[in-house]
Design a protein around this ligand. Structure first.
Ligand code: FNR
Length: 371
């Protein structure tokens, strides 16, 4: 279908699911175990309803914001998601170009299928790129990686802390390629979030293998990263209130409340719920650092709910993988323009002329099940 017919991110996803290979679809869409956290991320937003304010001047509505000081046309960014080339030959480059058009920031995955320098070169003049880091257990290798991406002009490090081992993504392994591996006895299969880390499927149920540093701590790892780089540090994968408080104490620049799109620990709390609890129990944390959230956001209203609850910005992973799969860079630009129109409309309805007018009183969590 022509791009002009795409009205929502779900429309684009439906097209992508038709054109993706079975293997790529399994990789993009799957989550761990029974996928309760993934679906909980999406459904979690449906428990929040608005208290819209009327009779406010909203003819001029401005949805732009700053993320770590960098301008973004919307309070939305592309969350790091690996292997975009599984969906389209240009992969991550599609996302870079679409973001240049739409004016939002891309967080490039450590496991990008395009090289980091290719992405730096594909960026438009002045375009902001951030980088997501999987920290190797070898400090000097990790340091080298950080220096490399700093030199390429990436402006922030998102250190992922929820992926010290791979989630058990059954849809991802349960496929013809897996049966083949069972028959031949062994295959090295890049299906983890980290293909640096080879995933070995040997039919013995040994599961996913990861070389990530499993001994990261607040006391050791944050000061280490501070020594290694002057770039802002964002901790990606905060899944509960207490860790958000520890991150603020550790003095990081921002956190990304995230459960990896439900791909790690199943039954980790839906992201929007963690944000809601943090706002209620520790509103002071939002003064100390920026707070972002990702997981399950698919609509402008989802973004607005998170902003009312104190988030600076909302990340999306799968929607941009699907958009570039279905329509290359145009799909990414289209997804951004759909979000822009949904967000701007929503702000007018809420009586918010700018993102700072989005406040906690505008959103309420209901305990009845919406229809
Ligand atoms: C991811 N995610 C992820 N996160 C990360 O820090 N490094 C990575 O390499 C990847 N790779 C990855 C691949 C795929 C296919 C998906 C779907 C996700 C997690 C990602 O950054 C983000 O947290 C989630 O995608 C957010 O959830 P939604 O928006 O996909 O629901």
């Amino acid at each position: 279908p022509p791009l002009g017919r795409m009205l929502s991110l779900d429309d684009i996803e439906a097209v992508a699911l038709k054109v993706l290979s079975h293997k790529a679809m399994a990789y993009y869409s799957s989550a761990s175990d029974d996928e309760q956290t993934h679906h909980g991320n999406i459904r979690g937003f449906t428990r929040f309803f608005f208290n819209p304010r009327v009779m406010r001047e909203v003819r001029q509505t401005d949805a732009s914001t700053r993320i770590l000081g960098y301008r973004s046309s919307l309070p939305v960014f592309v969350s790091a998601a690996g292997l975009a080339k599984l969906g389209h030959p240009l992969g991550e480059v599609n996302i870079t170009r679409g973001c240049a058009k739409g004016g939002i920031i891309q967080v490039l995955s450590s496991n990008a299928s395009s090289s980091y320098s290719e992405i730096a070169e594909a960026a438009a003049p002045g375009q902001t790129l951030f980088f997501q880091l999987y920290k190797s257990a070898d400090d000097s290798a990790a340091e080298k990686r950080v220096k490399e991406i700093e030199a390429l002009g990436f402006k922030a490090i998102f250190l992922t802390v929820d992926a010290i081992t791979g989630g058990k993504r059954e849809r991802d392994v349960r496929g013809p390629w897996y049966l083949e591996a069972l028959e031949t006895g062994k295959e090295t299969y890049h299906n983890d979030d980290d293909p640096l880390l080879e995933v070995s499927v040997d039919g013995t149920g040994g599961g996913l293998v990861s070389n990530d540093d499993q001994n990261m701590t607040w006391e050791k790892t944050i000061p280490w990263l501070r020594r290694v780089t002057k770039l802002p540090i964002v901790i990606k994968g905060i899944q509960c209130v207490d860790d958000a408080v520890l991150a603020a104490q550790a003095g990081v620049d921002a956190i990304l409340i995230s459960n990896h799109g439900g791909r790690q620990l199943d039954y980790s709390m839906p992201s929007i719920e963690v944000l809601y609890r943090l706002r209620r129990r520790h509103p002071e944390v939002f003064e100390k650092m920026e707070v972002y959230v990702d997981g399950g956001a698919r609509r402008g209203t989802d973004v607005l709910k998170a902003l009312c609850l104190g988030a600076t910005s909302v990340g999306m992973g799968r929607p941009f993988l699907y958009a570039q799969t279905a329509y290359a860079e145009h799909g990414v630009a289209k997804a951004i323009s759909i979000l822009e129109s949904e967000i701007t409309k929503g702000m007018k309805f809420l009586g918010a002329a700018s993102v700072k007018d989005l406040v906690p009183d505008m959103v309420e969590r209901v305990d009845w099940q919406p229809v």
